[in-house]
Design a protein around this ligand. Structure first.
Ligand SMILES: Cc1cc2nc3c(=O)[nH]c(=O)nc-3n(C[C@H](O)[C@H](O)[C@H](O)COP(=O)(O)O)c2cc1C
Length: 325
């Protein structure tokens, strides 16, 4: 698949996820085999106003390249200016969020709101293209609701505009996260347009990844599956190459990854925010282990790094002696 100068065969992408796909997590997933990573979405108006949190979200580093900075908004001038800022921040390409379903975004006409007005959708894409020489891509959903599956109109429209790739979360805006992502749409989108297509939605295992490639997709994007198992990218690649499913990483390896990720999170955000932001990741690193209720409770209440690391190593020692609690 080709996005401007970026050429990767069957890329596995880390999804943009607010408060999750931050710099430390992106680097971790990159090390675990993700080919392309996306920043969490950033509001164009906040970037223009130089809001500190927004500027932090678009910080990127060389270790994670190629990296897309994802923007959202529907003000054309603001999107153009924000794109210039994102380019200066070092993005390899710009992704436009046209799929966010939350009310305060979509009902304002941003994110998935653009699916209700394809002229506006087009104008927003063009405004981003005016703001950069970098490749521009789009991430969206199938349509607003079950009465408006517009994706088969959207894909050729974006292809005509010169958009370099389209990621489709195979649900409607109305569905949010309910039901099952409907991958049947992927082959239909491929028929309707030649735009490189990245499949997204409920791709959680190496077999799921293969199934989406078998449907003709050019790339695959993983979100929640990567929170649960950041090693999914490595495992999926191994499966695509050999047909073999690797056993889950050993607990020691997971604890080491968890600690390293925690330290990076703290280096990025400072101790208090870094520790709190990290809490959603324990579940993934510790998944599948029995008798970890007490450990998890402790980890969710500890506020400093040193005691957390201590607690994890203590659990690991006990675990290896068969006495974990
Ligand atoms: C916590 C969280 C935050 C998200 N934030 C974003 C975002 O900033 N931009 C975006 O395009 N999608 C966002 N999404 C949607 C995901 O990118 C993805 O489309 C969706 O989770 C479906 O993929 P999955 O089944 O692999 O998780 C978010 C999803 C989650 C779970």
């Amino acid at each position: 698949m080709k996005i401007g100068p970026i050429e990767i065969d069957k890329p596995l992408c880390l999804a943009p996820m607010e408060d999750v796909s931050n710099l430390p997590f992106r680097v971790m997933c990159k090390e675990q085999g993700a080919d392309i990573v996306y920043t969490e979405f950033t509001n164009c108006e906040a970037l223009i106003r130089n809001v500190k949190g927004a500027m932090r979200k678009i910080q990127v580093c060389d270790a994670e390249r190629p990296v897309a900075i994802q923007l959202y908004g529907s003000g054309e001038e603001s999107m153009e200016q924000a794109t210039e800022i994102a380019e200066m921040a070092g993005a390899d390409f710009i992704d436009i969020n046209c799929g966010c379903w939350v009310k305060k975004v979509a009902h304002r006409g941003d994110g998935a709101g653009l699916l209700r007005d394809l002229n506006k959708f087009k104008a927003v894409v063009q405004s981003v293209q005016r703001g950069t020489k970098l490749p521009v891509t789009v991430k969206t959903r199938l349509g607003w609701d079950e009465n408006s599956y517009v994706i088969l109109d959207v894909a050729p429209m974006l292809e005509d505009l010169g958009v370099q790739a389209l990621t489709v979360h195979c649900r409607t805006r109305k569905q949010g996260y309910t039901g099952q992502a409907d991958w049947n749409w992927l082959a239909r989108i491929k028929e309707a347009s030649k735009i490189p297509l990245i499949a997204n939605g409920d791709i959680n295992t190496p077999e799921d990844v293969k199934a989406c490639f078998d449907l003709g997709c050019d790339g695959v994007m993983i979100g929640r599956g990567a929170i649960h198992s950041p090693w999914i990218f490595r495992y999926a690649k191994h499966y695509l190459k050999t047909g073999e499913i690797l056993p889950e990483p050993a607990f020691q390896e997971r604890v080491e990854m968890c600690i390293r990720h925690l330290k990076d999170s703290v280096a990025h955000r400072g101790e208090s925010r870094g520790v709190k932001a990290f809490r959603r990741h324990y579940q993934g690193y510790l998944s599948g282990l029995r008798d970890i209720k007490k450990l998890r409770n402790d980890l969710m209440t500890l506020e400093e790094v040193a005691p957390i690391i201590d607690r994890l190593y203590r659990f690991l020692d006990d675990f290896e002696r068969g006495e974990a609690a």
